[in-house]
Design a protein around this ligand. Structure first.
Ligand code: FES
Ligand code: FES
Length: 155
């Protein structure tokens, strides 16, 4: 029997092809966290303000709390779990560690993904460009200075 309430989507998540059954109203964050157990994608504001839920869709940052899963059908996604390579932190992750650019860490997955996208688009961003790109990611702990220092160390 065909379930008219579900839709089949095919996505690539962290390099692995996945076929999923989702409801038309399912949010991407819920599919990632609940169906794929990718808990590094964090939920906070739920209204596209804080950036905690940021994932990359075709290498660009997207708020997964306000993105329908059906809208990423056929796309390639990267979550924080897909940023490291062969057990090694990515250079952005390592820079955050080296510069103590995190405290509670709740914002860190979104920050790392946003900065990964920025440096791919613009390998030599100015301070202003880094600040502008970070406007969609809120951190309640660090005061941003160490995050800026971490990103600037890679420029
Ligand atoms: S939880 Fe998505 S932007 Fe805040
Ligand atoms: S490190 Fe706690 S919110 Fe950013």
């Amino acid at each position: 029997m065909v379930d008219l309430e579900t839709v089949e989507i095919s996505i690539t998540v962290n390099g692995t092809d996945r076929s999923l059954s989702v409801e038309p109203s399912d949010l991407l964050i819920d599919v990632l966290r609940n169906q794929l157990s990718l808990k590094g994608t964090k939920r906070s504001c739920d209204v596209e303000v804080c950036g905690a839920c940021t994932v990359l869709v075709d290498r660009l940052p997207v708020s997964s709390c306000t993105t329908l899963a059906v809208d990423v059908d056929g796309r390639s996604l990267t979550t924080i779990e897909g940023v490291e390579h062969a057990g090694e932190l990515s250079r952005v992750q390592q820079a955050f560690v080296d510069h103590a650019a995190l405290q509670c860490g709740f914002c860190t997955p979104g920050m790392v993904l946003a900065m990964t996208a920025l440096l791919e688009i613009n390998p030599k961003p100015s301070d202003e460009e880094i600040r502008h790109f970070l406007r969609g990611n809120i951190c309640r702990c660090t005061g941003y200075i160490k995050i800026l220092e971490a990103v600037k160390s890679l420029v």
